[in-house]
Structure formats: structure tokens, C-alpha cells
Design a binder for this molecule. Structure first.
Ligand code: NAD
Length: 416
């Protein structure tokens, strides 16, 4: 709560519940994998050994989720790898606590090495080592691209092809159809856009509403928005969200709000104030855009800023295509509709627009082993942490064939 500005519930979900789920389910999935063995026949026994990769894995974690850092380092270690874990500069305390918990639980020294460091220096150092065998990254697109390019530049150095896994940002949508249940749209959107001040990769940041429902949805959004308490969660447990992570982030979000104030296509409907006197507080902000291609509908802000676009009710098919093509990301998204045909249509058109797709539910709140998480396009390599396939990324399987009937001739039978 203190280090990352989380409320008690956000901290509990993250640092305790999700982290425990990651560790327990990864162990379960690793045991399942062990049982997946190749076919043996009477003349030979075949086994698959799940080796760690040769070299080290660099785990580079973001500030916003303690559990993610623990998993980025923990999953490769579980699969037999040595890990250099570089936590985020703004999440060192909680990450160090996780590291110490692992050591106390019996993890031998040096399996996971905790390396708080300057990001670019760490990136330069690991990518120039011949022993790099993988990067397990979660964070922003520019950082991941930079690491990928550095690996490509150093490719001739490495003893093995490094595995690159990167889960990055999103521009997550809520698509509302005329048949939607208005209350679930309102509650789901407020929660998803503004919990943890929008600093969730899955946070809803673009909302598409038909003109037929807009007066009602707008009024209800503003009514609920007025109830959001922003403040210090350690003083008051009824606080819904706190300050954003640091000054850099504060300035970036502030410049987006300034852009909204100056742009003729954008209107601020609620919020829009920023205050850094006692912390980096940004008021949850709702904006309406007349232009569905405005950059605020396409780029990740990573703050409590939601932009709504109101579409003519009978143009929903075009809007589905618009959602698919507006942003470079493909992380999460939701359709709100009661009409089953529309749900099916949206699911088809938006097939590649979200790695985690929700029907009549908000775009956030993925649970380990229930909704393994990740997206493609600019959102990353979609390796689905929290799912059964994830640990496969951190093993280099070896197949061993033992023959029980040795060869007695080198010629093929037809040559006899
Ligand atoms: P960031 O890219 O700024 O930093 C991520 C990590 O990379 C930090 O540890 C940082 O110190 C390090 N780093 C920075 N420059 C580096 C370099 N040149 N070489 C090596 N490491 C470097 O991201 P952030 O602000 O910590 O996290 C927010 C971002 O993470 C958002 O874009 C968010 O959407 C994304 N995210 C995605 C997921 C997901 O599962 N898809 C989950 C959480 C966060």
C-alpha cells in the first residue's frame, strides 16, 4: 500500500492472493507437464526431461503488480533456471519482500538473484552476456522493443537463442450495444477505468455507447463518478483509489488531460484536475470524443482517463470494425449486450482485438488459472501467465530414448 499507492483491497488481491495463486498453480502445471510423456513401445522406452535453459533468465518487472514480479522471476526458477530479477524502481520494497519470503521458504541462495538496477544499464548488461537464455518481461512497449532489438543485435554472441516473453500495454474497450443492461455497463466501466487509478494494463480506457443509451449511461456515469473517493488509503479504508505512481507518470497523464482541454473534438465531462501538492493525485476523468480515431482513443495513457465515443445505434457493425482497427494493442475488451446474435458477431469481429475478451463483464480482474492473461499485437507475446502453457516457455525439453532391442545389422531388410 505504501510503496505502490494501493488500497487495502487492491494490495490484498495483488501481493497476497494473486502471488500465491501463481506459485501454487505453476507448481501444479509443472507436475501435470511431468506426466505428459511420449509414447513408449516394447523395443524402446521414451521419456521427456524438462530441463532449465542453459544460461540465465532475466526477469524485468513493472511497478504496478507485485504478483507479476514474483511470477516473472518465480516461474523460470521453478522450471530449473537461474534468474536475475530486476524489479521496477518504484516497486522495490514489495519485490524485495517477495524475494525474502522465497528465501525464508527454502529457496537456495543465487537461484533468484535480486538486482535492483537502472533499467537501461541492466538491459545493456544482460543483452551483451553470452549466457543470456531468456528475458521474461512485463512493462511498456518501448522498453520491450528496445530489449528485443538489443538481443537481435547481439545474436551472434549467444550460446543459445534467447527466449523473449513480453506482456505489454493495452487500449482496452467496452463496447455497449443497444440491448445492454445499463447498470452493469456503468458499474463495470467505473470499476475498470478507475480502480488503481487506471494503472492496470487491462483498464478500460475507451467506451463505445449507442446514442439511444448515451443520455442514460452518461447521467449514471456522472452520478457514480461523483461518489469516487480519491485519497490516502492508509488513512481511510473507504478510499477507492490513490495517487499515481510517480511524477513522470503524473506529468504524462496531465499532458493528456491538457490535450483534452485544448482539442475541439474532446469534451471533459467529469474530473480533469491534477494535484501534486501532497502526492501525485489525478482525478478520475471522463472525456467524450467526437472523433473515434482521436489519438486518445488509440494510445495507452496508464492513468484514470476514460474516453467515450457515442455512435449512431444502427451503425454498431461499423463500430465493431472501428474498435478492431483503432489501436495497435490487443489486450482486453468487453461486449455488453443481451442480444445473443450481437454477442456472437462481436466475438467474431473482435477475435484478434483482445487476448482476454469479456461478455457482459468489465475488462479487468483476470484470475490466475481462470482467465490466463495476455494479448497479442503491440500488447505482447501473449504467453498467458497464469495458464498451463506458460511454464513451457522456461524449459528446454530433452527426449531420452532407451533401446531394449539393439540393432544386429546395418543393412535395410530389403537389402538382405
Ligand atoms: P516500464 O516499461 O517503464 O518498466 C518495466 C521494467 O523495465 C522496469 O523494471 C524498468 O526499470 C525496466 N526498464 C526500463 N528501461 C529498461 C531498459 N532499457 N532495459 C531493461 N529494463 C528497462 O513499464 P512500467 O511503467 O513499470 O509498467 C507499466 C506498463 O506495463 C504499462 O504499459 C502496462 O500496460 C504494462 N503492463 C502489462 C501487463 C500485462 O500483463 N500485459 C501487466 C502489467 C503492466
Amino acid at each position: 500500500m505504501i510503496g505502490q499507492g494501493k488500497t487495502v483491497i487492491q494490495a490484498e488481491i495483488d501481493a497476497a492472493a494473486e502471488l500465491i495463486d501463481f506459485f501454487r498453480f505453476n507448481a501444479k502445471f509443472a507436475l501435470q507437464l511431468q506426466h505428459e510423456q511420449p509414447i513408449s513401445v516394447p523395443i524402446s522406452t521414451n521419456t521427456m526431461a524438462f530441463r532449465g535453459l542453459e544460461g540465465f533468465i532475466a526477469a524485468v518487472s513493472p511497478f504496478n503488480f507485485t504478483a507479476i514480479g514474483g511470477n516473472l522471476a518465480g516461474a523460470p526458477a521453478l522450471m530449473g533456471n537461474v534468474v536475475l530479477w530486476k524489479p521496477s524502481d518504484t516497486a522495490i520494497l514489495s519485490s524485495y519482500t517477495v524475494y525474502n519470503a522465497l528465501r525464508e521458504a527454502g529457496l537456495p541462495p543465487n537461484i533468484i538473484q535480486f538486482v535492483p538496477a537502472d533499467g537501461p544499464v541492466f538491459g545493456d548488461t544482460i543483452t551483451s552476456s553470452e549466457h543470456l537464455s531468456g528475458i521474461n518481461f512485463t512493462g511498456s512497449v518501448p522498453t520491450f522493443k528496445r530489449l528485443w532489438k538489443q538481443v537481435a543485435e547481439n545474436l551472434d554472441r549467444y550460446r543459445t537463442f534467447p527466449r523473449l516473453a513480453g506482456e505489454c500495454g493495452g487500449k482496452n474497450f467496452h463496447f455497449v450495444h443497444n440491448s445492454a443492461d445499463v447498470e452493469s455497463v456503468v458499474y463495470g466501466t467505473i470499476r475498470s477505468a478507475f480502480e488503481y487509478s487506471g494503472q492496470k494494463c487491462s483498464a478500460c480506457s475507451r467506451l463505445y455507447v449507442p446514442d439511444s443509451l448515451w443520455p442514460q449511461i452518461k447521467a449514471r456515469l456522472l452520478e457514480e463518478h461523483a461518489k469516487i473517493k480519491v485519497g490516502n488509503p492508509a488513512d481511510d479504508f473507504s478510499t477507492f483509489t490513490s495517487a499515481v505512481i510517480d511524477e513522470k507518470s503524473f506529468r504524462r497523464i496531465q499532458s493528456w488531460i491538457k490535450h483534452a482541454k485544448e482539442s475541439p473534438n474532446l469534451t471533459i465531462l467529469a474530473g480533469g484536475n491534477c494535484d501534486d501538492k501532497v502526492g501525485y493525485f489525478v482525478e478520475p476523468t471522463i472525456i467524450e470524443s467526437k472523433d473515434p480515431k482521436e489519438k486518445i482513443m488509440a494510445e495507452e495513457i496508464f492513468g484514470p482517463v476514460l474516453t467515450a465515443y457515442v455512435y449512431p445505434e444502427n451503425k454498431y457493425k461499423e463500430v465493431l470494425k472501428l474498435i478492431d482497427s483503432t489501436s495497435p494493442y490487443g489486450l482486453t475488451g468487453a461486449v455488453f449486450a443481451q442480444d445473443k446474435n450481437v454477442i456472437q458477431e462481436a466475438t467474431e469481429v473482435l477475435r484478434n482485438a483482445a487476448g482476454n475478451f469479456y461478455i457482459n463483464d468489465k475488462s479487468t480482474g483476470a484470475v490466475v488459472a481462470q482467465q490466463p492473461f495476455g494479448g497479442s499485437r503491440a500488447s505482447g507475446t501473449n504467453d498467458k501467465p497464469g495458464g498451463p502453457h506458460y511454464i513451457l516457455r522456461w524449459t528446454s525439453p530433452q527426449v531420452i530414448k532407451e533401446t531394449h532391442v539393439p540393432l544386429t545389422e546395418w543393412k535395410y531388410p530389403y537389402m538382405q
